[in-house]
Design a protein around this ligand. Structure first.
Ligand code: AMP
Length: 283
């Protein structure tokens, strides 16, 4: 595996690959890699010639300094894992490489997509995410960009950014990879106490319960029931929202064929997010 710390060197390398011509698949991450990340790398491998993964804990997307400081950074382990799964190129930049002094970030209009759910509870988060993904796409210029459904709102926002700037990249959203008990893999899971680790699958159980409640309760009632279920285990739900999968706005059940349930909950001092697409059976 080639490891690049400098953008200039990576650009030269990738320009040569593009001329071969080799297609480039890009998997941006913040490291502390797990099976969810590996699923993206594997999918990129199936569909492109050269897989580029980046590990960069982007400070501009953290609205909470403590979360940024506590974010796990097991870089040696990450490198071993990437080698094991045949990743071709790792971009491991420091902050000055991503945001050099003369760098002017573009004005990205994310509109109403950022005013709900994660955007509401983490002000500035998605502006930071869009900024870093834009910059990383500018550096790597991949044919395909791989992201996880785990961060549902994030991939909707990146899709919207790609459209806004007519970027020549195809976004591939990969299904959420879960532990056997349903808990979605997350870099933050390592910070869960053993007591909270046992309770955390309640998030998946709440998401899984939505479908069966659809013909009995209103959306608002289902949201309330799911919050009560998660909180009954001692987690604290920040939001549980059932919305339109594209606009992320409230839906009228009568006209909808698909919904997405998204939630964030605190398990002690660890904030977990998850979601599930809900197909509405046609009658
Ligand atoms: P992160 O390192 O948390 O920024 O995540 C990097 C990419 O991996 C994002 O596109 C995430 O959506 C994706 N990802 C994280 N966890 C999972 C998971 N459990 N299943 C699938 N994709 C994931």
């Amino acid at each position: 595996m080639f490891i690049f710390k400098h953008v200039k060197d990576l650009r030269l390398f990738l320009a040569r690959e593009r001329n071969q011509p080799h297609s480039i698949g890009f998997v941006p991450t913040m490291g502390a890699l797990h099976k969810g990340h590996i699923a993206l790398i594997n999918r990129a491998h199936e569909e492109t010639d050269i897989v580029v993964c980046s590990i960069f804990v982007n400070p501009t997307q953290f609205n909470n300094q403590a979360d940024l400081i506590k974010y796990p950074r097991p870089i040696e382990k990450d490198i071993q894992l990437l080698v094991k799964y045949g990743n071709n190129v790792l971009l491991l930049p420091d902050e000055a490489e991503i945001y050099p002094k003369n760098y002017e970030p573009p004005a990205i209009n994310l509109g109403h997509l950022t005013s709900v759910m994660e955007g509401k509870f983490r002000p500035g988060h998605f502006e930071g995410v869009a900024q870093v993904v834009y910059r990383l796409l500018q550096i790597t210029q991949p044919h395909r960009l791989y992201m996880g459904q785990k961060d549902y709102q994030q991939q909707v926002i990146i899709k919207s950014m790609i459209e806004q700037f007519s970027l020549q990249v195809k976004l591939i959203t990969c299904a959420t990879v879960r532990e056997e008990d349903g808990l979605a893999f997350s870099s933050r899971n390592v910070r869960l106490s053993s007591a909270y680790r046992k309770k955390a699958p309640i998030i998946y159980q709440a998401l899984s319960s939505v479908t069966n409640m659809l013909n009995k309760f209103s959306i608002h009632q289902i949201e309330k029931k799911c919050i009560a279920l998660i909180d009954s285990k001692g987690l604290i739900t920040e939001y549980f929202k059932i919305v339109d999968p594209e606009t992320l706005q409230e839906v009228n059940l009568k006209n909808a064929s698909k919904l997405v349930a998204c939630t964030a909950a605190w398990a002690g001092d660890v904030r977990l997010i998850d979601n599930m697409i809900i197909e509405i059976p046609s009658v």
